[in-house]
Design a protein around this ligand. Structure first.
Ligand code: ZN
Length: 688
């Protein structure tokens, strides 16, 4: 579903910590100001936004020719309930819940043995040991908190951020990390990054939206609750928070926004290669050399600075005058991280903040949360334990074969694209044939034998993991990428294309009902996991993926004329989405969703190409299965987040906008001019 993000150049541990925050959903019926309360979400064109349950009124007329997604999913969606602690609910969550059940059986089985099992069970049990956690209160955070507070010069600040021991678990202001080199995908490149924006997007500091308001409100409430535990008055806590936001605003002026990161020119923008000496000259106030030395990146032959202007700006702001804001930057983030690992009061503050941000209510159970953290922090040991416990070798074989069939179908699709020259077509097919199929689970795993939790508390275990991941990352400096080690968590209900590997990742966590199950019919198979595979393969040829070659290098392989034809097809698709209104006055941003929309439509074309060869293929069953795979209801906040921050179209559009591009759909349901699902042949926009 998601292609590998270009924004993932965050130290692995930090990215885990940040993403994890998104899972935390809350307690306490928060009395926030009711996001979007006054917005009328009716009046969508050409279809209502049926991801919002409030729009599913009893008077709606259901017809496959007018609103196919609604027709298939109305009964389910009008009755579904978003569970406590979630901001959406649909088949992906259902599939994930099955995984949670099966994983919990492993986490609670005392008879199991082995190092990976020990790691995941120890962390899980420590997390659930509320007696110890509540008895300790905020004590485990006191020493580090005091250490940051006592910093009284910019030199001392530099010493602190350059000391991996002292700032363990404190999110970084700037940091190095290794990731695949865009220009040579066999090797690692070392990146230097800024620690990020608390409101999630630099754009929020330029022009605050409702989403920024929610982040502000949620994080402020968490900040005040946590600082209150360390003796701060509400006024003083808010003052610190506002100072941090103001400081970040100054950095945001010189930073790329989330929309920039969704752009198709993003690699050109961020692939800025320097030597370490050049970076030191670029930001002489920042302790670049010490950071590199102390964290193990000083031998890096090249440093990629994603945002040089941002780094220069940060350098200008790295002064005695801004010391309190710089300290605040570390403190508010440190307490946010620690709110996960301290006592119940801290966790509830964290969960309440998440509810404000994501529009969820209630909270997930402790066991659900504990498993979520195990998955995030100990991805490999958990995945490995799962695969050893449940034999999935047969599934791996079947899914691999299915991927191969779909790639074969693409070969026919690409061969039939008459707008491509022979030359580009040949290179495209070479790229297609080079796609690496990562199906279900990997055969090789990262070695975790150096990580040991014996005798450690919960917080000490998290510290041990930070050390472990830092060392793991630093050892890749100037090294080669081991492509047999997958970078994804196979228990996630998701799938990926990785442009720098040219790999599709069709992972275990998504292989549940309705996507895939024992005894599934052909139609449901292709409408479910088949469409997912088709989607991921097409990412190799979307407006981002098309800029990488068969080996995953950022390398142009098109003729100029063909690329022009390709981008003009994409332009037409963008314009089509721009015209869709989710509710009156709120349009889809075509530019943001182009890559995902291209992939959905390309996937559909490849799968329909296979269907054409299957005797008696039941198209109604197929389209229905596809529509079911996108049944989902969302909170208003979630819908708004997707609209503004996510490259994926909303679920109802992933069905309606896709199927209306294909004649097979018209023929199956008898769609005619004037129907809601009708699009004139000349207005259809599938790029492939
Ligand atoms: Zn995708």
């Amino acid at each position: 579903m998601k292609n590998a993000s270009f924004k993932k150049h965050v130290r692995r541990f930090a990215s885990v910590a940040l993403a994890g925050q998104m899972l935390l959903l809350t307690l306490s019926g928060c009395s926030l100001k009711g996001f979007n309360k006054n917005i009328d979400t009716t009046g969508g064109k050409p279809w209502i936004c049926s991801d919002l349950q409030e729009n599913l009124t009893p008077d709606l007329v259901l017809s496959p020719v007018d609103d196919f997604h609604l027709y298939v999913n109305y009964d389910w969606a009008s009755k579904a309930i978003i569970p406590e602690g979630y901001s959406d609910y649909g088949v992906h969550t259902m599939v994930y819940e099955e995984t949670v059940k099966k994983a919990t059986a492993i986490l609670t089985d005392d008879s199991l043995e082995g190092h990976d099992i020990e790691l995941v069970q120890s962390f899980y049990n420590n997390y659930l040991d509320w007696e110890t956690r509540n008895a300790l209160g905020v004590t485990p955070a006191q020493e580090r908190f005091d250490d940051i507070v006592s910093i009284n010069s910019i030199e001392e600040y530099s010493k602190f951020i350059c000391d991996p021991k002292r700032n363990s678990m404190v999110p970084d202001l700037v940091f190095f990390s290794n990731d695949v080199d865009f220009s040579n995908s066999d090797s690692y490149a070392t990146w230097l990054n800024f620690g990020g924006f608390y409101l999630g997007d630099a754009a929020e500091y330029k022009k605050r939206t409702e989403q920024g308001d929610r982040y502000y409100e949620g994080l402020l409430s968490l900040n005040n609750a946590m600082l209150g535990r360390f003796g701060y008055s509400e006024d003083d806590a808010k003052k610190m928070f506002d100072e941090v936001i103001k400081f970040e605003g100054k950095v945001a002026d010189s930073s790329l926004t989330s929309a920039d990161y969704m752009g198709t020119d993003i690699v050109d923008k961020i692939n800025n290669v320097y030597t370490l000496e050049e970076v030191e000259k670029l930001a002489p106030n920042l302790p670049i050399k010490e950071l590199a030395e102390n964290y193990g990146y000083d031998e890096a032959s090249q440093i990629i600075v994603a945002e040089p202007k941002q780094l220069e700006r940060l350098n200008d702001l790295y002064t005695e005058e801004n010391l309190e804001a710089l300290k605040g930057y570390l403190l508010v983030r440190y307490l946010r991280v620690m709110s996960r690992w301290l006592d119940n009061e801290a966790l509830e503050a964290n969960l309440s903040a998440a509810n404000i941000i994501f529009g969820s209510e209630g909270r997930q159970s402790d066991e659900q949360l504990a498993f979520g953290f195990v998955r995030e922090y100990l991805t490999t040991p958990m995945d490995k334990a799962y695969v050893e416990y449940y034999d999935c070798s047969e599934t791996k074989e079947r899914i691999t074969k299915l991927c191969e069939n779909i790639i074969d179908s693409y070969r026919e699709v690409i061969s039939g694209e008459d707008w491509l020259s022979e030359e580009t077509r040949k290179t495209a097919i070479e790229k297609l044939d080079s796609i690496k199929i990562n199906a279900v689970y990997p055969d090789k795993w990262e070695d975790y034998s150096d990580l040991d939790f014996t005798g450690l508390s919960l917080v000490e275990s998290v510290e041990a993991m930070e050390d472990f991941y830092l060392a793991l990352d630093a050892k890749n400096t100037n090294g080669l990428v081991d492509k047999d080690l997958w970078t994804v968590d196979i228990l996630e209900a998701n799938a990926y294309y990785a442009p720098t590997e040219n790999s599709i990742n069709i992972i275990l966590g998504l292989l549940g009902d309705p996507f895939y199950y024992e005894g599934i019919s052909d139609e449901e198979l292709y409408g479910g996991i088949g469409m997912v595979i088709g989607h991921e393969v097409c990412h190799a040829f979307d407006t981002n993926g098309a800029q990488f070659d068969k080996d995953g290098n950022y390398e142009f392989w098109w003729t100029d004329d063909d690329y022009k034809a390709f981008t003009s097809r994409a332009e037409k698709l963008i314009k089509y989405y721009d015209k869709i209104e989710v509710w009156k006055g709120q349009s889809v941003i075509g530019k943001n969703v182009q890559t995902e929309a291209i992939a959905d439509m390309g996937g559909m074309k490849a799968v329909l190409n296979i269907a054409a060869d299957i005797d008696g293929f039941d198209y109604d069953k197929f389209f229905t299965a596809y529509s079911i795979s996108w049944r989902e209801i969302e909170s208003r906040e979630s819908v708004y987040n997707i609209l503004t921050q996510d490259p994926h179209p909303l679920c109802y559009l992933r069905v309606n906008s896709v199927v209306q591009q294909f004649q097979e759909f018209y023929d199956t349901y008898g769609v005619k001019e004037g129907d809601g699902m009708y699009l004139a042949p000349e207005d259809r926009v599938a790029v492939w």
